[in-house]
Design a protein around this ligand. Structure first.
Ligand SMILES: NC(=O)c1ccc[n+]([C@@H]2O[C@H](COP(=O)([O-])OP(=O)(O)OC[C@H]3O[C@@H](n4cnc5c(N)ncnc54)[C@H](OP(=O)(O)O)[C@@H]3O)[C@@H](O)[C@H]2O)c1
Length: 172
């Protein structure tokens, strides 16, 4: 998502990942301007250090402390698209919400859910735009391939643990 944001004109893109190896990839291979390992310290502090001037957009795949940190760093008129909340999927109790929603008043910030199924009409446009970027090497990606449908469950659990470096794919 950070690569797409840059290709679409974002001046500065910041990423968070769960290992130093993944952080290195974000910086060296995917062209992020800053990145941090969320396991190395509080997300809010690491985000503040990476974005001292705040953030305008946050694409949420994580929820929890990441979402709260993003709200905390949001600039006036900032936008948050909620695509996923992987940090809460295994909770046995409902997760408490971010504690700082009041900042949405000061910032006039907006949070909106996003579901890919609602946007299939844009798929041809997506392929038209993204295809050349991939061919030209401007948009890079990796895949973590697991062989055999019998290993699907382990692949899924691995995804939740962060074992995958790229898109988790099960090869039949
Ligand atoms: N809204 C939609 O239409 C839609 C469609 C598909 C998927 N999604 C959502 O998009 C997100 C990404 O899904 P994906 O299938 O593309 O897989 P993905 O990007 O490979 O995401 C899995 C990664 O999430 C990280 N992760 C796991 N637990 C975490 C935690 N507690 N805190 C922070 N990061 C954690 C792990 O990396 P680390 O090593 O960095 O922890 C793992 O490799 C998910 O939240 C998924 O539910 C939404």
């Amino acid at each position: 998502m950070g690569q797409l944001a840059k290709l679409k004109g974002a001046s500065r893109v910041i990423g968070s990942a769960g290992s130093d190896e993944k952080v290195e990839l974000l910086l060296k291979e995917y062209g992020f301007d800053a990145a941090f390992n969320y396991k190395n310290g509080p997300v809010s502090e690491q985000l503040r250090a990476a974005a001292p001037d705040g953030i305008d957009v946050y694409f949420d795949n994580v929820g929890g402390d990441h979402l709260e940190a993003a709200i905390g760093a949001l600039n006036r008129g900032g936008r948050i698209a909620v695509c996923g909340m992987i940090s809460v999927y295994n909770n046995t109790e409902p997760a408490s919400g971010p504690r700082n929603l009041v900042r949405l008043i000061q910032t006039r910030g907006r949070i909106e859910g996003f579901l890919v199924n609602d946007h299939y009409d844009l798929q041809p446009q997506f392929v038209r735009e993204v295809g050349p970027w991939v061919r030209e090497g401007r948009l890079k990606y990796r895949e973590t391939v697991v062989e055999g449908i019998e290993n699907t469950l382990e692949a899924f659990l691995g995804l939740l643990r962060g074992d995958n470096i790229g898109k988790m794919v099960v090869k039949l």
